[in-house]
Design a protein around this ligand. Sequence first.
Ligand code: FAD
Length: 500
Amino acid sequence: SDGDRVPALVIGSGYGGAVAALRLTQAGIPTQIVEMGRSWDTPGSDGQIFCGMLNPDERSFWLADRTDAPVSNFIGFNINRDIDRYVGVLDSERFSGIRVYQGRGVGGGSLVNGGMAVTPKRDYFEEILPSVDPNAMYNTYFPRANAGLGVNHIDQDWFESTPWYKFARTGRTTAERSGFTTTFVPNVYDFEYMKKEEAGEVQASGLGGEVIYGNNAGKKSLDKTYLAQAAATGKLTITALHQVTGVAPASGAGYDVTMEQIDERGNVIATKVVTADQVFFAAGSVGTSKLLVSMKAQGHLPNLSSQVGEGWGNNGNIMFGRANHMWHPTGSKQATIPSMGIDNWSDPAAPVFAEIAPLPAGLETYVSLYLAITKNPERARFQFDSGTGKVDLSWAVSQNQVGIDMTKKVFDKINRREATIYRTDLFGVYKRWGDDFTYHPLGGCVLNEATDNYGRLSEYPGLYVVDGSLVPGNVGVNPFVTITALAERNMDQIISTDLA
Ligand code: FAD
């Protein structure tokens, strides 16, 4: 509450925040997490915590009057619908050139994401983060992250036989016939649970059309893993529905953290200041960058590095669909959890890692949907606008053209081989590419540039960055394993040298 003093305060409860909270509490340090979203632990009137993708209600989107689904259209119809404004679990935050999807709630992105748990290619990791010892990462911190997150692998015999992964097998067949390599992708969704869903023994979630608005079962989101372990120490407090708006040096030691308490309709009902000895920024690439850029510009943390706000990228995300022939169905049954990718990353002409994504519409669509991660080198910056008092992101839609060009090199070839075409009805009317949004915001407070080599904001002892803003714009695979492993590495160093 207002006027409290705490040893450690963590802003946000996604991957970076959950790792920080676990390692701090295990070191015996009482820790408070402040999270703007709600705690997703209480069912609604339908008995479920989350709503499904085919019947979104107010729980789907963060303070919005209408849903804003990534696949917005289908054969000429916009499938979005009006909803009541509520602190829903998925935010599509709009900047002038891009919408950034993010999870809102205790668990952050882990509540809404596809659970794909991919360790990056070592040579690319070394290229993007040359200051980080790769042996420590690949021998210690990536294994630690995978264990902590509960990563598991699909039973390949089951994959080959179940109707629920027909879409992935079709995507594989068409890719391999054009000479591309596919690979199984590990996940934090419990694939053994999914088998029981198929057998009708448990509540369906991954086989029940649930993912981007939350999974009611099956998924090991952070509230079930890192955060549960941190809570078990007895040293963790989680304050939900509180949005941090400011951090500044306190008059004595430590930092004053200003926060607004909101109700479930988003109304501000109280403003509080808590003083903390250490503050860990874990509000995600966008949340942390916005806070730090505005604190620097408004003179609350004026000495922050000029690199704060720089180096933001969209991990090269491009979403798109191909229309298969009728002899290549993708299935009326589709698991919501992806399990396979097309790996063309090592081709310098078309560096693409494309997830074969489900489109669980409940009917046969013949669509192969993909989320491509491309080696798009374009970057943008966060800037404070003194007129509006808000932080903008300089990204322009045109910066995704290079990602589209890489994607086309792979999928034009598949289309030629299969005599198929791209769908033009999924992202608007006659719009082929989902190129105006990202699931993978990265950067804005890059490691060893805006911070020191362990995420310290060195100009302000006791301030640390621990989330996806440390990753320089692109990691070549889905990012949460990297974010988790880097947080593990940095917390190890911070706890043993700064907090011992
Ligand atoms: P986040 O997980 O975003 O956590 C930040 C938290 O801080 C949020 O809970 C937020 O509400 C809170 N917050 C923000 N600002 C404030 C503030 N001012 N005050 C208080 N709290 C605040 N990645 C993968 O690796 N595999 C996937 O399969 C995958 N699928 C995805 C699917 C979707 C639909 C989306 C949206 C993302 C997906 N991602 C996936 C990306 C992944 O979820 C993110 O990279 C990851 O969550 C980022 O972790 P983080 O710790 O940086 O921040």
